[in-house]
Design a protein around this ligand. Structure first.
Ligand SMILES: [Zn+2]
Length: 229
């Protein structure tokens, strides 16, 4: 894939860490090709139940901790960050049109040629689906000749049965060390996953085991004119 064909990539997810687990290798490939990337992050994930392992956060300190983790991860990924300030676990109750209008303004102002978001309703968490739906609406609201490309991540278990093979599969091996660093920047979230991995019977070392699980990032190419509604 020729990453340098894009002028600006906009990532739209609701939570700090959505970008690092699912899309950071792709982001790094774009950055290596000199393409600016901006993350529009919906919430601070402040209602999350992971408080670190061992615990170092509590309900009161979690928002600030996750905000700093997000900033650290974006520094690793060399990506711009805009925090949209919605409340965690309630994005689905916000006006989709209002979110879409804000997203559209960012997309247009930044001159995005590619938007990456979650694929509703195939993204499991209600915030994921709500943010993805607003992003789809934002792209659809841009006149066709100026519309950016739209890629979407689906995370349901039987994804390929429901949606078919992904249209785009990115191999992240060449940037995987940094991808792992970005994931680990989300300390309060990543430790649980990493310790589960270390304890699993097929553990072959942190880097190798993480690579086995997270080497490939998959996306569906969305044509907003073909969506129902
Ligand atoms: Zn999430």
């Amino acid at each position: 894939m020729d990453y340098s064909q894009h002028k600006h990539v906009v990532i739209i997810y609701p939570h700090p860490d959505d970008e690092s687990f699912g899309t950071s290798g792709t982001i790094l490939n774009f950055r290596e090709a000199g393409v600016p990337v901006t993350y529009l992050c919906g919430t601070l994930g402040e209602m999350g139940r992971n408080m670190g392992s061992p615990f170092f956060a509590n309900r009161e300190t979690l928002p600030e901790i996750r905000k700093q983790e997000l900033i650290d991860a974006c520094n690793v990924l060399d990506m711009n960050l805009e925090m949209l300030g919605y409340r965690d676990k309630t994005v689905e109750f916000e006006s989709r049109d209002d979110i879409a209008q804000r997203l559209k303004q960012f997309i247009v102002d930044l001159g995005a040629t590619l938007v990456i978001t979650f694929y509703p309703p195939y993204a499991v968490h209600p915030d994921h689906n709500a943010m993805g739906a607003a992003a789809f609406e934002a792209v659809k609201g841009i006149e066709p000749e100026n519309r950016p490309e739209l890629w979407a991540t689906a995370i349901i278990n039987n994804r390929n049965e429901v949606l078919g093979e992904p249209d785009i599969v990115v191999d992240t091996e060449s940037v995987f060390e940094k991808k792992l660093e970005a994931i680990k920047a989300h300390r309060s979230q990543a430790e649980g996953m990493l310790s589960k991995m270390r304890e699993s019977s097929d553990f072959i070392g942190e880097y190798e085991s993480a690579l086995q699980r997270l080497q490939f990032e998959s996306f569906y190419r969305i044509d907003v004119d073909e969506l129902d509604e």
